[in-house]
Ligand binder design. Sequence first.
Ligand code: FAD
Length: 566
Amino acid sequence: MNQQPNLKIVIVGGVAGGASAATRARRMNEQAEIILLEKDADVSFANCGLPYHIGEEIPQRADLLVATAEFLRRRFRLDVRTCHEAIAIDREQKRVQVRRTDVLSGKEEATCWIDYDKLILAPGAAPIHPPLPGATASNVLTLRNLSDTDRIKALVDQQGSRRAVVVGAGYIGLEMVEQFVRRGLQTTLVELQPQVLPLLDPEMAQPIASEIEQQGVTVFLGQSVEQFLVDEDGSANAVVLSDGTQIETDLIVLGVGVRPNVTLASDAELPLGQTGGIATNAYMQTSDPDIYAVGDAAEYLYGPTGKRQRIALAGPANRAGRLAGQHAATGSSDPMSPVQGSSVVRVFGVNAAMTGITATQAKRLGLAARSTTIFAKHHAGYFPGAAMMSLKLLYAPETGKILGAQAVGGEGVDKRIDVIATAMHFEGTVRQLAGLDLCYAPPFGSAKDPIHMAAFAACNELDGIEAFVPSDADLIDKQIVDVRTSGEIERAPLAAATGAISIPVDELRDRIGELDASRPTVVSCAVGVRGHIAARILKQHGFEVANLSGGATARNQSIVGVPATP
Ligand code: FAD
């Protein structure tokens, strides 16, 4: 490892990516001068914990301060400069222009230039605050840092605050909904897309929407906010939706996405990538090898497509920061691995996790992808407390390469998605997934884990043992055979399946003559397991047959939004 004497590293942004870069640089190079510039008053705080402090699930604000400026100075001999904003980069002279502001007033106190040998940009992203009428009202807020947290929490704590509107049903929006309900606020959620968690496939997100509604939250989907009605005192008292609905409220939180902070980079003529983040190579270097970019402002290699794109998540920011810090300090590091976009959220009693691409994304990108959906208990069904989860696995039809997965349910969805993300990291196939030797005892899992079940289904399809149709497929002109019991069918009729023939699976062999073997046939059960058996019986009797992926549960979630009750 090469340690340049008197090396001077300047880092812009002192939280996830920036703090990781700074501390790794110090651990790698004891001699370097390392300056950490942060425009706000805090460094290295837990962005991801902010909603939970507003909801008082994390009662102490101090617990959000992962490492204070003082700690970073003491432990790592970092020159931490809070309230210092980098405003320009002079690449020719290798220096950064910095504006120092007053911690309380935010007013400019001075500007100066700081030289660098290596510069690491980790300025993150800014929450989008749409320029709607009334959007500048004092109680229309976004959440990114501790000051935002303090502002929102003060409004929630304020006597008289009873109602909140959250705009945007992504991760931050849903976390805020959960925490507002926890604080006893009458909460409304508004989302432009026709589903919550638009990153997930619609049927996978459906149980989350049901859970939110069951918690007493009013949900408006497929609606945009047109304006905020503002009082004379400058605070908004109502949100007006595109259909004219007016929702009275005491505070509004916008969680409608983020915009990467790239002005500093683009003003210095560092190229941006196709998704608007700072273009980087495998070592997180920009087009200028002495300038690195990491975190929400940068682009990464996205595993499922092999293209570079922005991925605004804490894991990649921390890992990329660490690598860039080492590379800047020593001249070498491992390359940054492809990122899969693995993420997870808890929404009251339902958890949702995902990695890689979804079916919706695959369609949008024109990527050939097949999927299987299974429903299974998170541990052995006979062991108390088994929670149901749905697991959707996407793979390449030619090679079986895993492209992505989504899991929704109670306990254990994170574990399944982490295992699949690991397999994807090693470019695994569904066949390899089916062969994984996973640990098992009844309190933890099943001898055939949900991961195996999803992979078995995918392998069956790859091997021509069983064909699947997607849960929302058009079944017109198909001979539909519902192999559930009549009681089950009565309780949850199969959606958009006119003329479905009811033959319980155990009677199928005896009643096969009631079916027309010359017609393309689709079988369906509750979740796909009995459908698999039925499909095998019919196939071996000469039928051209497919199993409805995820059975009636997935179909009814896809088409009519009926929650999963397999
Ligand atoms: P940040 O951590 O935001 O740090 C950027 C810093 O740079 C900021 O402090 C900013 O003030 C500073 N800065 C900007 N411009 C300048 C400048 N010119 N000069 C000096 N300083 C500057 N991700 C997950 O994976 N899981 C989660 O559960 C999760 N929850 C989240 C919850 C919330 C409420 C938020 C806001 C984010 C959450 N994220 C989560 C996303 C995650 O926090 C970000 O992806 C991650 O912090 C990005 O790291 P970063 O270093 O790029 O930016």
